[in-house]
Design a protein around this ligand. Structure first.
Ligand code: ADP
Ligand code: ZN
Length: 524
């Protein structure tokens, strides 16, 4: 009821002032805290940097008893707990890094009833000794951080999270609250089901990041493309994400040779080097960190001015999260994505040891990311749409599409018809690269072997580069005139594709606007 909510709000406000020194809530924080106080199950979806931790930390202080926080980020628990202790909050963690004596101490604190927040790894929570102690202690509520890890549909499934299903039975009278940055509608539903949430309050925060400027480019000269961005940001902090460790090393070395201060970060480095490099970046001793996606979880550096993706991100969720590490201070920052279609295969190789079902889901996520690149629609609109929200207007100046970096291809209809007829004449049994080769009029062995140099569509687009033709094919896929089917992603005409052939519909093909460098610079 209202009176109760108002008094909750008052005490919550006092707590964030007293312990954190903040004077107001961020969007949705208050509602999220109130549902914890009211013991109503909830699922809170806020973008990275949105302030999810406070949503459970503040109620933990406002309520009697001990709040349990499940987190997969073992390497960060110590830092999180130290930060809480520094604010005067009695917190502790239990995970595999603690010695027996250290764990013992935590259990003593629990027994004494002095602890307000306990962080545990999911595999640790299901330990029967701990469960017994928790049942004895008065648990105020259970918070599940990074809750998307429970869902196979998400981008970071962790099998141990599945065991969290049991907490509802073990603690039938205690409310459960999930927190994530990265839930689409489907993942959201799955989280609520997996955690057996009862009529949860679902709170989805504002996802748009108006201070970020997005752009997408196909890779033609990777290092030069990266360099162009870095040059726009002398002495500023930036992150360069690469798909593989090897590429991290290559790019990092190349940047150093160009005279920039860059350090690598990936799971193959010795622990000390890795954390040393991260620290150096956080403390502004190095400008650029070149990293795999292993970098960034829990890193809260406010002044990152650019994030470059040297390769296709793993999913739109990943992209939102990784690019979202730019501009956390609210000031302008840019996110540049360089990709090539072949990145799909790099990911396929990296992800090949996953279970089949997970692998399928991952490949779909990567294809959705390619779809983002190939749909020349306002990037801000595309990103929020993925999270079930909509922006009524395009961003105006905050993305390559709205800035006018592209223009309509003259004769879009005729070019599309050439592509679609070639697909049809090839009996719809070939993929994107092959089709591009035929249209280019390539002397490729396979093309000649299939006698496709005899097709009437052979060489119809010979003046264009292969990359351009492939890009146009992919645009037709993004606009659903073509579809890619099966394991080999063979091109096939859709119903509306046939309408294009008859001239009843006109696809819009886009190409980068040719302009002088100075013209381009003046628009940034
Ligand atoms: P998330 O977990 O959603 O990525 P965090 O909980 O780490 O985000 O919060 C991001 C940053 O914002 C942290 O430095 C945090 O202290 C700060 N923050 C959170 N809530 C507030 C607030 N109400 N006022 C000011 N700063 C806040
Ligand atoms: Zn836009």
């Amino acid at each position: 009821n209202r009176m109760e909510t108002e008094s909750h709000t008052e005490s919550l406000r006092e707590i964030i002032e007293e312990y954190w020194g903040y004077d107001e809530f961020r969007p949705l924080q208050e509602a999220a805290m109130v549902s914890v106080m009211a013991a109503r199950d909830s699922l809170v979806v806020l973008p990275t940097g949105g302030g999810k931790s406070l949503c459970y930390q503040v109620p933990a202080m406002a309520m009697e008893g001990l709040a349990v926080v499940v987190s997969p980020l073992i390497s960060l628990m110590k830092d999180q707990v130290d930060a809480l202790k520094a604010c005067g909050i009695p917190a502790a963690y239990l995970n595999s890094t603690l010695s027996w004596d250290e764990s013992r101490e935590v259990f003593d604190e629990m027994q004494a009833g002095t602890l307000k927040l306990l962080y545990v790894a999911p595999e640790r929570l299901m330990n029967s000794y701990l469960l017994e102690k928790l049942v004895q202690a008065k648990v105020s509520f259970i918070a599940i951080d990074e809750a998307h890890c429970v869902s196979m549909w998400g981008h970071d499934f962790r099998p141990h999270y599945r065991e969290l299903k049991q907490i509802r039975e073990i603690f039938p009278n205690i409310s459960i609250h999930g927190y994530t940055a990265t839930a689409t509608e489907q993942v959201r539903e799955d989280i609520a089901n997996q955690l057996q949430l009862i009529e949860p309050e679902i709170l989805v925060g504002p996802f748009d990041r108006p201070n970020l400027s997005y752009s997408v480019e196909q890779i033609n000269d990777r290092l030069q493309q990266i360099r162009a961005v870095v040059e726009r940001h002398p002495d500023e902090s930036g992150i360069v994400y690469c798909i593989s460790r090897k590429e991290v090393e290559n790019v990092s070395n190349a940047l150093n040779e160009m005279g920039y201060r860059a350090l690598p970060y990936h799971a193959g480095l010795p622990d000390d080097d890795r954390s040393g490099n991260q620290e150096s970046f956080i403390q502004d001793r190095t400008d650029i960190i070149v990293a795999t996606i292993a970098f960034g979880m829990g890193v809260d550096k406010p002044n990152v001015r650019y994030v470059i993706h040297s390769g296709l991100p793993k999913s739109i969720e990943n992209y939102q999260q990784e690019s979202g590490r730019a501009g956390r201070d609210g000031l302008e920052a840019e996110c540049c994505l360089f990709y090539s279609e072949a990145d799909l295969y790099s990911w396929e190789r990296i992800l090949s040891d996953q279970p089949e079902a997970v692998n399928q889901a991952s490949m779909n996520s990567i294809r959705a990311m390619l779809g983002y690149c190939h749909a020349y629609v306002c990037r801000h609109q595309q990103l929020v749409a993925h999270f079930g929200q909509s922006l009524e207007e395009t961003c105006g100046h905050g993305c390559d599409v709205c800035r006018g970096d592209y223009e309509l291809v003259k004769d879009s209809l005729v070019v599309s018809q050439k592509i679609l007829s070639s697909v049809y004449r090839q009996d719809q049994r070939f993929g994107t690269s092959y089709t591009a080769s035929v249209l280019k009029g390539s002397r490729d062995k396979k093309v000649l072997g299939n006698q496709h140099d005899q097709l009437s569509t052979y060489g119809l687009l010979k003046k264009e580069s292969l990359a351009t033709i492939r890009n146009w094919i992919n645009q037709l896929v993004a606009q659903h005139y073509l579809q890619k089917a099966g394991e080999y992603q063979l091109l096939r005409l859709t119903e509306i594709g046939w309408e294009v052939m008859k001239g009843d519909r006109e696809p819009k093909l886009i190409q980068p606007r040719i302009e002088s460098k100075s013209e381009r610079a003046s628009r940034r």
